[in-house]
Write a protein that binds this ligand. Structure first.
Ligand code: PRP
Length: 193
């Protein structure tokens, strides 16, 4: 299962990014970076896995975060006909807009939620979970808004983010492929069976 994704991850190059004096080994892959090009068959195997996992029933909106969650969410939307709502990195100033802070292992920024409301039953999908610094504030904010999170899928998992989310929120994030990243490359260490 997900063999195309796993094989392509094993071949992903790694660069080193520096943030606040810390070096972060950053893998570059079509699913997380859109380069060099994305094989639609990999997007399809991801969407098919999520659909087969059985949580898409009764979902009002697929929710993802700009930018690289978008191809995954869009593929899933086309297959399920469920609308997609994108959490943007751009402020709109619309009535009801909710702002939250995001931090990753290499960046800090703001996210803006428009179009979600209390009672929306949502499925969150994203490309990567690493530190959990994107998903944790997002889940806390959505909980505060009264959204009903039916499931959370991150295609690629690395680091402690998944455990951090479980500890802080009780939410089980489904990671499709677990990897470890060093300056020398990516190793697939597991994932969904
Ligand atoms: O668990 P974390 O440490 O938060 O890392 C995961 C986040 O990192 C990337 O976001 P980034 O803002 O770099 O975005 P991109 O999707 O625009 O490339 C990725 O899309 C995840 O949202």
């Amino acid at each position: 299962m997900l063999e195309k994704l796993k094989k392509s991850l094993e071949e992903a190059p790694v660069i080193q990014k520096e943030c606040d004096g810390q070096i972060y080994n950053y893998f570059i892959h079509p699913i997380s970076d859109g380069i060099p090009e994305t094989d639609p068959a990999i997007l399809e195997e991801i969407a098919d896995f999520i659909i087969a996992d059985g949580k898409v029933g009764g979902i009002d909106k697929i929710v993802t975060v700009e930018a690289m969650g978008i191809p995954i969410a869009t593929t899933l939307s086309l297959k399920t006909r469920i609308p997609v709502s994108i959490i943007r990195k751009r402020k709109y100033g619309m009535v009801g807009e909710v702002e939250l802070s995001q931090s990753t292992g290499y960046s800090k920024g703001a996210l803006f939620i428009n179009g979600l409301k209390k009672g929306d039953r949502i499925l969150i999908v994203d490309d990567v979970i690493s530190t959990g610094g994107t998903l944790l504030p997002l889940l806390e904010t959505l909980n505060g808004m009264g959204a009903d999170v039916a499931g959370v899928y991150c295609v690629i998992g690395r680091g402690e983010g998944m455990g951090h989310i479980k500890e802080k929120t009780g939410v089980d994030v489904t990671v499709l492929v677990d990897i470890s990243v060093s300056k020398d490359g990516v190793t697939v260490i597991g994932g969904v069976k």
